[in-house]
Write a protein that binds this ligand. Structure first.
Ligand code: NAX
Length: 327
């Protein structure tokens, strides 16, 4: 029998994981392959996590061979092939940006070190917990023995939001759209690019033919969608964030479709003028479990300014965590 793929998930008793774990366990990530779940939580949430595990048991998923839970990353991450880092410290009222960065810094330095020590050689790490790009940078820099390219951050939710808004505007099914890109940071400065996106093979910006909509409706709607969900639901996006987390990891493991690409925040190799080492979102294709940043896309003046602004924010965040001694 095939050895199970060991999948670590953090923040396992939280909102996103209440969707995510069931999607992973039902086969949305790796199909019928046997899996072992390794679930990390903070000590006070372990009781609630036991309840989630009871529910996972009650689904009687055939491919889940084992579930381990715990509050010690060096135990939970032992031998893991995939790590989805969802748990993070949310911004509370009155919290300064520096406080948020240090609270998350403590989490992601410890988890980066633990992965470095005990994860499997082929581990792939995806950070969903915010500030996702900078948390991934912290984990990466604290795991010097793991190749840097194995640390990604999630911008797939932004990517899917952009596809959905574009499909609604054009009155076409999302299946007619391809080549969407989110550039930069998973934050309000992110840049969803309609110039390189395609509808039926033609530039989506051309098909829309309305620069005012693109600039003043589309971009802010995608960038502020998280806030709109909180406003409507009273809670932040969870099922859609779980879906995006599964899709990113699935595509990273199993590949992207021919002729298309996806948005992944990955350590920059200097492509498109993004400083090397920053974890920034790019258009990526994946073959045989390895991703590549799509090269040679045309970046017009409008796109250049938007990408530069988001990358400048990532540079600021990197400077802040450097000053805090986290990397
Ligand atoms: P919840 O607050 O419901 O759950 C987070 C869980 O993480 C809690 O159960 C908490 O106990 C746990 N946790 C805290 N510190 C931990 C640690 N050191 N080790 C293990 N677990 C720990 O938040 P949820 O709604 O699930 O969101 C999780 C994170 O995803 C947040 O940071 C959120 O901002 C972020 N998001 C990221 C998105 C993205 O597209 N990248 C979109 C959705 C979401 O906003």
């Amino acid at each position: 029998t095939e050895a199970p793929t060991k999948i670590a998930v953090t923040g396992a008793a939280g909102q996103i994981c209440y969707s995510l774990l069931f999607r992973i366990a039902s086969g949305a990530l790796l199909g019928d392959r046997p899996i072992e779940l390794r679930l990390l939580e903070i000590t006070p949430a372990l009781k609630a996590l036991e309840g989630v595990v009871m529910e996972l048991d009650d689904c009687a998923f055939g491919n889940v061979v084992n579930i381990e839970i715990g509050d010690d990353p060096t135990k939970v991450f032992d031998g893991v092939n995939m790590a989805m880092l969802v748990g993070a410290m949310p911004r509370k009222a009155g919290m300064e940006r520096g406080d948020l960065l240090s609270a998350n810094g403590a989490i992601f330095t410890a988890q980066g070190r633990a992965l470095n020590e005990v994860a499997a050689d082929d581990v792939k790490v995806l950070v969903t917990g915010n500030p996702a790009n900078t948390n991934a940078l912290i984990a990466m820099r604290n795991a010097p023995d793991i190749p840097a390219e194995r640390f990604n951050a999630l911008t797939r939710l932004d990517h899917n939001r952009a596809l959905s808004q574009l499909a609604a505007k054009l009155g076409v099914p999302v299946t007619e759209l391809s080549n969407m890109t989110i550039w930069g940071n998973h934050s309000a400065t992110q840049y969803p690019d309609l110039f390189n996106a395609k509808v039926g093979g033609r530039s989506a910006a051309e098909a829309v033919g309305d620069q005012d909509w693109l600039e003043n409706t589309f971009i802010p709607t995608v960038a502020k969608r998280g806030a709109a969900i909180i406003e409507a639901r009273g809670l932040s996006s969870a099922a859609s964030a779980a879906n995006a987390t599964v899709e990113h990891m699935r595509d990273w493991a199993l590949g992207t479709p021919a002729g298309d690409w996806v948005s992944m925040a990955v350590p920059s190799d200097g492509s498109y003028g993004v400083p090397e080492g920053l974890i920034s979102s790019f258009p990526c294709t994946v073959t045989d479990g390895r991703y590549e940043i799509v090269q040679g896309l045309d970046i017009n003046e409008f796109s250049r300014a938007k990408i530069d602004a988001s990358v400048a924010e990532l540079v600021d965040e990197r400077n802040a965590v450097t000053e805090l001694g986290l990397i």
